[in-house]
Structures are given as structure tokens and as C-alpha cells.
Design a protein around this ligand. Sequence first.
Ligand SMILES: *[C@@H]1O[C@H](CO)[C@@H](O)[C@H](O)[C@H]1NC(C)=O
Ligand SMILES: *[C@@H]1O[C@H](CO)[C@@H](O)[C@H](O)[C@H]1NC(C)=O
Ligand SMILES: *[C@@H]1O[C@H](CO)[C@@H](O)[C@H](O)[C@H]1NC(C)=O
Length: 175
Amino acid sequence: MAAAAVLPLLLLLAAASPASAVAGGDKQTHIKLYWHDVLSGASPTAVRVASAAVTNTSKTSFGAVVVIDDPLTEGPDLNSSTTPLGRAQGTYISAGKDEVALLMNMNFVFQAGAYNGSTVAIMGRNPVFDSVREMAVVGGTGVFRMARGYAQARTHTLDLNTGDATVEYNLYINH
Ligand SMILES: *[C@@H]1O[C@H](CO)[C@@H](O)[C@H](O)[C@H]1NC(C)=O
Ligand SMILES: *[C@@H]1O[C@H](CO)[C@@H](O)[C@H](O)[C@H]1NC(C)=O
Ligand SMILES: *[C@@H]1O[C@H](CO)[C@@H](O)[C@H](O)[C@H]1NC(C)=O
């Protein structure tokens, strides 16, 4: 009788403890920063590397693959920022045929401040004309080892002629 009563408790304990060790930690960090996608000018930070036959005539640029090394700054103005906090390195892919929706796949690489040397990996769907887009924080390195969480992106400025954009990112990270 006693053994039978103890067994469910053991199963509960076994199920509960490894989960917290596998991903996410006790620490919660919120980071707000600005992401600058510069397509125009002599030194773009976002370059299209591939497209499909339909991309140029698609209203959503369906099929475009863009590689980015975008500066991340504390404030919204790229020019007045002294030392960038870091870079967003990766790709985004125009993955929506009928609606502009990017698949973001990038590392936020911190190169200054409290998180210098650490990275956060972000992956998710970015329907860029929505006011708030949520993406997954799927991992990290350095102080963000085992990170889990989410990112919320809000467009700060968008130049429809050049495509240049500044986007506010809020990261909510458990690590
Ligand atoms: C799409 O347009 C760009 C310039 O507007 C051009 O360089 C590129 O070759 C075109 N791509 C295709 C697949 O037609
Ligand atoms: C930032 O500087 C670049 C080049 O120096 C300029 O083209 C751009 O308009 C400036 N942006 C702002 C927001 O002042
Ligand atoms: C960031 O860390 C690197 C490597 O430790 C160091 O060389 C660099 O000076 C640091 N940058 C800042 C702005 O603290």
C-alpha cells in the first residue's frame, strides 16, 4: 500500500525537475534595443543574396533571401549612437506569398555593455506590417546559455522608398 502511494509522487518529481534543468533558468532578463536594417547607401547592412523568378513581380517579394549584419543600438538614432551594443547577424527570408511575412533567423551578438561577448538566438515569423510581432528566443551563449524566451518587435521608422527600417526589439529571456 505504502509503495503504491509513493510511486505517483516519485513520478511527479521525476517529471518536474529535469524540465527546469533543460532550458531556461531562474534568471529573467529584459533587454530593449533598436535594430537597424540599412539597405540603401554605400555600406548596406542587409544584402539580398537569392531570389526566385517570381520574387521581383511578387507583391510580397516572395522568395527573397537577405543576409544581415545589422547594428543594434540602445537608442533609436543610429547616427547619434556612440558604441553600438552589438550586431544582429543572420538571414531573413520572404516566406509569405500573399502577406509580407519574413522568417527571421538571427543571432544578437553583444559587443558592449553588460552582455558583451554573449549571444541570443532568435527565430520566428515577422509579419512586418503588424504593430507587434512576436518571435521565439530559442537559445543563447555566454550569460544567455540555455536561454528561452520571446522577442517583441515594433517598427520605429520605415522608409518605403529605400526599405531602410529601425525596429524596437524587446527581449524577455529566461536563462
Ligand atoms: C530582380 O530585379 C533586380 C533589380 O531590380 C535585378 O538585379 C535582378 O536580376 C532581378 N531578378 C530576377 C530573377 O529577375
Ligand atoms: C545618418 O547618417 C547618414 C549618412 O551619414 C544619413 O544618410 C542619414 O540620413 C542619417 N540618418 C539620420 C536619422 O539622421
Ligand atoms: C567587449 O569584449 C571584448 C573582448 O573581451 C573587448 O575586447 C572589448 O573591448 C569589449 N568592448 C566593450 C565596448 O566593452
